[in-house]
Each structure stands twice: as C-alpha cells, then as structure tokens.
Design a protein around this ligand. Sequence first.
Ligand code: ATP
Length: 137
Amino acid sequence: NNRTYTMVKPHAVADNQVGGIVKMIEEGGFRIVAMKKTQLTAAQAGKFYEVHAGRPFYGELCEMMSAGPIVAMILEKDNAVADFRTLIGSTDPAEAADGTIRKAFAKSKGENAVHGSDSDENAEIESSFFFSGLERY
Ligand code: ATP
C-alpha cells in the first residue's frame, strides 16, 4: 500500500502550525490525496483511539483530541506508512530526531503535533473513519 492517514492535533491547529506541517509533509515527498478541517467529539476521539482504552493516558488523550479542530489528511507516497512514521519522529518530542515534524512542532508526549497510522490496515481504517469513498480517489 502507498497511502497513510495523518491528522494535525488540536494544539498545533490552534497555534497556526498547519502550514508549517503541510510544508514538511509536501517537501517530504508526500502527495495530499484528501484534506479536511473538522472537530471530534470526545466519544469520536474515544472510538478513534479505542486500541488505547485502558492505558493510563486514554482519558487525557480523548480530551486533548476533542479540544478543538483537527486537520485530517490522506497522504500518498511509496512506502507511505513507514516513511511517514520516520518523518514525524518519536512519540516523545525529547526523543524525536532533528528534521522531524515532532522535533519542530511537538510540545509534549501527548501534544505531539501529528498522528500517523502505524500499519497499512490501520491507515485504511483511519482514512475511512474521516473520509468517504468519493473524497479519496
Ligand atoms: P500516533 O498513534 O498518534 O501517531 P504514536 O504511535 O507515536 O502516536 P502511541 O503510543 O500510539 O503513539 O500513542 C497514541 C497517542 O497517545 C500519542 O500520539 C500521544 O498523543 C498519546 N500518548 C502516548 N503516550 C502518552 C503518554 N505517556 N502521556 C500522554 N499522552 C500519550
């Protein structure tokens, strides 16, 4: 598969960092297939991050992800999932490599600027959570 799903998290949207993040994504060789600004309810965030239910940070995560608008995107590139994980960097910005999106824009482990799918299967599930078939040709 050559597609992945990403979203700019609410704190980064609120801080006007969408442009800077999109610039890094495009300069990283990714084509934007689909893009929208929307806001999740806490229940929708809970559904999106269902795999983390039971982790100690789950409540905080759902609250943070529904605190304001997000910008959702489907991205295309050869080896999209793995290459995008490399471009975003480690979950913890203190460990994120130079040149990564999280190194540039993350504030903490929770407020880490962007999400990136961790497998082709999840990229498909997450893309269809946010976009209809018509929106992702
Ligand atoms: P993502 O799935 O968002 O791309 P990731 O794969 O790097 O991030 P996960 O371990 O899947 O990280 O955690 C999902 C999200 O939960 C993280 O992006 C972060 O916002 C939040 N999170 C993870 N660990 C913590 C933590 N210890 N404290 C607070 N929030 C956390």
